[in-house]
Design a protein around this ligand. Structure first.
Ligand SMILES: Nc1ncnc2c1ncn2[C@@H]1O[C@H](COP(=O)(O)OP(=O)(O)OP(=O)(O)O)[C@@H](O)[C@H]1O
Length: 351
């Protein structure tokens, strides 16, 4: 179902308008305090600001402000499902009964609700844990149950508020793949700080800053534009978007980045991304002999002191070096340098 949202929360200085197409997943990105939760709250109906209009599949859910009708559909009657950082399962119910709760509350009989619940638990990979209580589940398993619960309610719109922020990094690639599968064809908004989530889960991203939309577009395009190394910067990562060829991610400039493949290897010719920490990037004045696999000829565009290091900007790429190294290299904007990053420091994912 198509979502149309416009809101003006005067006190918070948040003014946002966006649309989500039927079946589309939209990632909402932005730094702390940029208005992401405000936007989700207005859609979910937990927040009614001075002016807002929310229309989901032609149903007006919120319409307040001058000249508006004063419509405020209650949160539980919106046919939206919100999943946050914490699973928030009912502690006294089994995983199965937690998931069956939604279908039960919309009138399904017990046996049928439990069958539906089992199907969703299977779908998100925790079918064998159906009889466990939340206390007997790991964080990642509990979050999978919460995803099943959200989906079992058959919402018209799914709202995910940093659904993976509280989880161990080790479980993220698998959960991300599960989400990618279940979100396909579902109208969804996902709030995230992680550009990989934006790339892997979302068709489109909207970037918020200080309560305003500053950039939006197809995820890959937004995230690969230098200006939108913004999103990569949010996660503290350098990010190269390209195509998987001969065991490397090849970007639009033909730069090949080698790394460790995380999860399923990308298919030859398929979209792929490489990420690495700026701290893993070394800076040289010229190509080093016996050069390691990833060496990029770049021009320094900016030098930025951080807490205890110097961040070297070269277009969309960054390197963090010590003050001493920056001085020895004579780093300044306009200087040609070679950035070197070991393949073992680079994570490569299929898109
Ligand atoms: N309950 C509140 N009352 C008044 N102002 C608030 C309230 N919650 C947030 N704000 C303000 O509204 C603005 C947007 O905040 P919001 O929580 O929507 O940002 P966010 O992008 O979700 O941030 P985060 O990533 O930290 O969750 C900020 O200026 C914030 O200080």
């Amino acid at each position: 179902m198509t979502l149309e949202l416009s809101l003006h929360a005067t006190e918070r200085d948040v003014e946002v308008a966006l649309e989500v197409a039927d079946g589309e997943t939209l990632a909402l990105l932005g730094p702390n305090g940029s208005g992401k939760s405000t936007a989700l709250g207005v859609v979910a109906g937990t927040l009614v600001p001075e002016r807002a209009r929310v229309v989901l599949g032609g149903r007006v859910l919120t319409d307040v402000g001058s000249g508006a009708r004063g419509t405020r559909v209650a949160p539980h009657a919106r046919r939206t499902a919100l999943l946050g950082q914490d699973a928030l399962l009912f502690p006294h119910l089994s995983a199965l009964d937690n998931v069956a709760f939604g279908p039960r509350s919309t009138g399904a009989r017990r046996a049928s609700a439990r069958r539906t619940a089992q199907r969703w638990l299977d779908e998100v990979g925790v079918g064998e844990l159906a009889e466990r209580r939340p206390a007997q589940l790991s964080g990642g398993q509990a979050q999978r149950v919460a995803v099943a619960r959200a989906l079992a309610a058959e919402p018209d719109l799914l709202l995910l508020d940093e659904p993976m922020a509280a989880l161990d990094v080790a479980v993220l690639p698998e959960l991300r793949r599960t989400l990618r599968r279940v979100l396909a064809e579902r109208t969804t908004i996902v709030v995230t700080h992680d550009p990989l989530d934006a790339l892997m889960l979302a068709d489109r991203v909207v970037v918020l800053e200080r309560g305003r939309v500053v950039e939006q577009g197809v995820s890959q395009e937004v995230l690969s534009r230098p200006r939108s190394a913004f999103a990569a910067r949010l996660a503290g990562l350098d990010l190269v978007v390209g195509t998987w060829r001969d065991g490397a991610v090849v970007d639009a400039d033909g730069r090949a980045v080698h790394g460790r493949v995380v999860g399923e290897p990308p298919a030859e010719g398929a979209a792929a991304v490489a990420t690495f920490r700026p701290g893993a990037v070394a800076v040289y004045r010229e190509a080093v002999a016996g050069s390691p696999r990833n060496a990029f000829d770049v021009v320094v565009t900016e030098i930025e002191p951080t807490a205890d290091l110097i961040r070297v900007h070269a277009g969309a790429l960054h390197a963090d070096v010590t003050v001493q190294a920056a001085a020895e290299l004579g780093l300044e904007p306009g200087l040609r340098v070679v950035l070197v990053v070991k393949a073992t420091e680079v994570a490569v994912y299929a898109r």
